[in-house]
Design a protein around this ligand. Structure first.
Ligand SMILES: *[C@@H]1O[C@H](CO)[C@@H](O)[C@H](O)[C@H]1NC(C)=O
Ligand SMILES: *[C@@H]1O[C@H](CO)[C@@H](O)[C@H](O)[C@H]1NC(C)=O
Ligand SMILES: *[C@@H]1O[C@H](CO)[C@@H](O)[C@H](O)[C@H]1NC(C)=O
Ligand SMILES: *[C@@H]1O[C@H](CO)[C@@H](O)[C@H](O)[C@H]1NC(C)=O
Ligand SMILES: *[C@@H]1O[C@H](CO)[C@@H](O)[C@H](O)[C@H]1NC(C)=O
Length: 449
């Protein structure tokens, strides 16, 4: 597997690239624990989460082009899109992104097909919808990765859903290969939940059978808030637990916004000597300013309900038009990224090491904790989790994550609810990690006041 991209293949890939037509963008491959361009240079994501409304943003070419100008100014080379319509025409946006050297990481699930933490299942309907998204986006060389889920697991009891996430990855990888598609990396985007660490991360990458592990793992982490540091934020522990990880790992959402303004100081750790040997970059949450105050750009001031008849306005925010940077956050991120250019390792130097990466141990199940027996086979397509009444573990009874999500959801739509769950997840996390992070948080607030 790995040897197919070994040393000898590199000059061929190079020659192929030089002969390619103007406008072509090199594809991204996962090799060992890193991403590479076709020419063998390591690829690090400098990404932003791009979802203007709950609907597909990659269908409005004019809007994409307006946004891409600002993305390029920022130094962006990746976007993440949570929801797309596989039947829509994406040619205009995908070509404009490719022209700007911007890659897409796209979630395969739609509103009704995401794998649920409570009573999880992986069924034919889900498979068919995931497959449609892959069928569409494999057409584009700048599709760099797909997610089989976003924050499916948010509680300790949710660990029973992990095999369903992995079963989805197994089946999408097999489908990709059976169709003869490019080996577009298939991954998962995890909520940062202390109770699940590091078990979930390791479980999804521990199989000795590469067909039954992810191609990459990514984490939505909001641990570095305000004036913090590598050690104070807990990033040192993220680094420690990712060292020796056999597949690429990156931040699929980051950018704590409390207290404002956002300085994005964590980027210098991620792209610097502390973490760039292990982590493959970060996606900043998020492009558009909305009630949750995570936006890097705005399309106009928030508008009151009087303007609600305006179709460009959803949830009190204009969702289309000329992107205007939210300051100083936009400039702060731009300045950070402008100074951060890790060179990483050349594929020609790395491929030998990659082929001898040793696996990691699968986490053992523990009473009241991680509830997955590492030796049990993955669910088959069509399988639904059945709670074993006499067993200590079962499905999460309460629906607390959804409850919190709706309470803080900013606008209508599952997308926003999903994001709110993410924020709730990181809030829970702050409580769970206890005094260190919590006092950091209070300290930061006090400093700001
Ligand atoms: C490889 O390709 C990338 C993307 O086009 C480019 O940024 C990089 O400079 C190239 N590396 C070399 C060594 O030419
Ligand atoms: C498949 O799973 C999804 C998500 O859990 C669920 O909404 C849907 O009803 C299931 N479909 C079938 C046919 O069981
Ligand atoms: C690896 O996993 C795939 C997918 O589950 C399976 O078809 C294959 O038989 C497995 N290979 C080995 C050697 O176990
Ligand atoms: C790292 O792993 C240890 C167990 O090995 C765990 O206790 C800890 O919570 C993990 N921390 C992070 C930040 O993943
Ligand atoms: C249910 O759990 C009990 C106790 O852990 C175990 O003995 C039994 O085999 C389980 N039943 C099923 C159907 O998994």
């Amino acid at each position: 597997m790995l040897s197919s991209l070994a040393l000898s293949a590199v000059p061929l890939l190079l020659a192929g690239l030089q002969a390619a037509t103007v406008g072509a963008i090199p594809t991204i491959s996962a090799v060992g624990s890193k991403f590479f361009y076709e020419n063998g240079t390591q690829y690090y994501l400098k990404g932003v989460a791009y979802q203007l409304t709950p609907d597909d943003p990659l269908v409005d070419t004019a809007q994409c082009k307006r946004d891409i100008v600002r993305m390029s100014e920022l130094g962006t080379n990746a976007i993440r899109v949570y929801h797309v319509d596989p039947h829509a025409d994406h040619k205009g946006c995908m070509a404009a992104l490719a022209d700007a050297g911007i890659y897409l990481f796209v979630d395969l699930d739609t509103f009704t097909t995401q794998i649920e933490q409570t009573a999880p299942q992986w069924n034919q309907t889900q498979f068919d919808r995931f497959q449609e998204v892959l069928d569409e986006f494999q057409n584009y060389d700048n599709t760099a990765g797909v997610f089989v889920g976003n924050e499916v697991l948010t509680t300790t009891e949710g660990s029973i859903a992990a095999p369903y996430v992995l079963a989805a990855a197994r089946d999408m990888k097999a489908y990709r290969d059976q169709k003869g598609y490019r080996k577009i990396p298939v991954g998962y985007s995890a909520a940062d939940i202390a109770d699940l660490r590091p078990m979930l991360q390791n479980y999804l990458a521990c199989s000795s059978n590469s067909s039954e592990r992810l191609d990459f793992y990514s984490l939505n982490a909001y641990e570095w808030c305000g004036e913090s540091s590598y050690t104070q934020s807990g990033y040192d522990m993220l680094e420690k637990n990712a060292t020796g990880y056999p597949i690429p790992i990156f931040f699929s959402e980051t950018g704590c916004n409390t207290p404002p303004p956002r300085t994005f100081d964590d980027q210098s750790a991620i792209f610097g000597s502390e973490m760039s040997d292990t982590w493959s970059g970060a996606i900043i949450y998020e492009w558009i300013e909305e009630t949750n105050n995570y936006g890097l750009i705005s399309y106009g001031p928030s508008v009151k309900s009087a303007a609600a008849t305006n179709t460009l306005v959803v949830g009190g925010y204009t969702r289309q038009g000329t992107p205007t940077p939210v300051l100083p956050d936009f400039d702060n991120l731009k300045s950070q990224w402008a100074t951060l250019h890790p060179t990483g390792v050349a594929l020609s130097d790395y491929s030998k090491a990659a082929s001898s990466i040793s696996g990691i141990a699968c986490p053992a199940s523990t009473s009241g904790g991680w509830a997955v027996d590492p030796s049990s086979p993955l669910p088959t397509l069509g399988q639904t989790y059945k709670k074993n009444a006499s067993s200590a573990t079962g499905t999460a009874g309460s629906d607390s994550s959804t409850g919190t999500g709706s309470a803080s959801a900013t606008t209508t739509g599952k997308h926003n609810a999903g994001n709110a769950v993410m924020v709730a997840g990181s809030a829970t996390e702050r409580l769970l990690t206890g005094s260190i992070l919590f006092s950091t948080f209070l300290g930061a607030v006090a400093f700001w006041l």
